[in-house]
Structure formats: C-alpha cells, structure tokens
Design a protein around this ligand. Structure first.
Ligand code: NAD
Length: 256
C-alpha cells in the first residue's frame, strides 16, 4: 500500500537556528535534533548555546556552537561561512532571534527604532540572503522566519515591533516568489504570547495577562511546544508545496 502521509522526519538534515540559546529558538533546535537533524546554534551568548549543544549531543546528533550577533551583516556572513565549512550544506534556516522595546509611539527614540529593526527585520533579511544563496545553489531548502501575530494585528506601545514583524510577513512572500523556482520554501510562523524569558515579566502582570487571555479563544497563553510543532512541519517534506505563508500559532487570537 502506498503511504500517503509525507514524513516529518529530519534525519540527516543540517539546520541553523538563530537565537537558539533560550526560549522558542532553543525549543526548535532541540526538536529538530529529536527529529534527526544536526543543528548549528547561533546567538550572542556562548554559554547558553553550549548548554543546548550538550542536550543535542546527548541525542547523538551534531551541534555546532556559533556565537554571532545576527543584527550585523558582517557577522551573519561569517556565521554562514562557519556553518557551511562545518556542515557542507544548510537544509533548514530558522530566523528566530528577535527583540521588543515597549514604548508609546510618541516616545520612540531613533536608537530604539534602529535596535528593533536592525535585528528583527534587517538582520533577518540578511540571514535569508546569506543562507538563501547556498539553498538556491542546492536547489532545495526551507527557510522559516519567526514573525509574530503582531505582524498582522496591532497592540499599543509596540510600533517598532509591529512594523518589524509586519515587514517579515511581507519579505517572506517576496522571497517565496523569487526562490520557488529553485525549490526553496520560505514561510513564517506568527506566535501569540508564548511563555519564554522574553515574555515572563509582562505576563507576570495579572491585569495584562487577563487582557491577553480574553483575546485568545483557546483560553491560555502558548508554550514553546506549540511553536515547535509548526517549525518541524515547515522544515519537513510534509510542507513541500507550502511557500510564502505565515502560519499563526495564536490559539485563535487573529480569528477573534
Ligand atoms: P527570548 O528573548 O527568550 O530568546 C531570544 C534569543 O535570541 C536569545 O537566545 C537571545 O540571546 C537571542 N538574541 C537576541 N538578540 C540577538 C542578536 N542580536 N543576535 C543573535 N541572537 C540574539 O525570545 P523568545 O520569546 O524565545 O522569542 C523568539 C522569537 O519569537 C523572537 O523573534 C520573538 O519576536 C518571537 N515571538 C515571541 C513571542 C513570545 O511570546 N515569546 C511571541 C511572538 C513572537
């Protein structure tokens, strides 16, 4: 009998995950290793990456620790070259590193604007470009950009974040169009509030937490595990005909 269900196995694949030291990036890196991939872990803090690498090596997979600031184009290029030297190819790229600086629009400084946009949008694009170059040559690759539900809906005090994440939704579509002919899939994941070190302080505010829960029909905030399922799907053969898409992992927030 022909098996209809395509595999979500990642055995033998080589993946790069940025912001892999904690939170969502760490979860995705561990899940990829669990599904069979070797993973290059990229972030600024080497000590965090080494801990994740040890967890991956305990699963008998290869982990490559590459400290780099992915808001800087020169570092992105160095990081990509290091991974290519070690792995020889890159099958999966997850652009996950991101930040937020909360501020009313009237008080946003030029410095805050640059910090958020340089990492969330500019750095993400140049990671796509640096790795995309090799994927185009390979005639195969999966790029997964971690945007946010804030790429499609707004909340006050997040003008820089929403602008950057909306930009990611759009650039994902353009890259998907340009690279479809080379069999390179470019998709995004848009999570709602997920419990991570980034959101811990804000979700500790009970009034804000209740406001968030009111907006999520499923009645809870997300766990890293919720995002991991989407990231494995979009990295695997099961999503070969999906490109330019933003998969919301939002418990129904945007449908509200
Ligand atoms: P986090 O702060 O827990 O982890 C972010 C990781 O990125 C850290 O390992 C950090 O060291 C790394 N990083 C930060 N700046 C970097 C830089 N310049 N270069 C390299 N690495 C850098 O964040 P998280 O909550 O896991 O968020 C991960 C991604 O998911 C971000 O893009 C974020 O915007 C997005 N997101 C998060 C949530 C949420 O609720 N947590 C919701 C929607 C989208």
């Amino acid at each position: 009998m022909q098996v209809m269900m395509p595999s979500t196995d990642l055995k033998g694949k080589k993946a790069v995950v940025t912001g892999a030291g904690k939170g969502i990036g760490r979860g995705i890196a561990l899940a990829y290793a669990e599904m069979g991939a070797d993973v290059a872990l990229v972030s600024r803090t080497e000590s965090d990456l080494k801990k994740v690498a040890a967890e991956i090596e305990a699963m008998d997979r290869q982990a490559l620790v590459v400290p780099a600031d992915v808001s800087k184009v020169a570092e992105i290029r160095r990081m990509t070259a290091e991974v290519m030297d070690a792995f020889g190819r890159i099958d999966i790229l997850v652009n996950n590193a991101g930040r937020n600086i909360l501020s009313p629009a009237l008080e946003v400084t030029e410095e805050d604007w640059d910090k958020v946009l340089e990492l969330n949008l500019k750095g993400l694009f140049f990671c796509c470009q640096a790795v995309g170059k090799y994927m185009v040559r390979q005639r195969k690759g999966k790029i997964i950009n971690i945007t946010s539900q804030m790429g499609v809906v707004a909340l006050p005090n997040r003008v820089t974040y929403c602008a950057s994440k909306g930009g990611v939704v759009q650039l994902t579509k353009v890259l998907a169009l340009e690279w479809a002919q080379y069999n390179v899939n470019v998709n995004a994941i848009g999570p709602t509030f997920i419990k991570t070190p980034l959101t811990e302080p804000i979700l500790a505010n009970e009034e804000f937490r209740q406001e968030v829960l009111w907006r999520i029909p499923m009645g809870r905030v997300g766990e890293v595990r919720d995002v991991v399922g989407a990231a494995v799907f979009l990295a695997s053969d099961a999503s070969d005909f999906i490109t330019g898409h933003t998969l919301l992992v939002d418990g129904g927030w945007v449908a509200h």
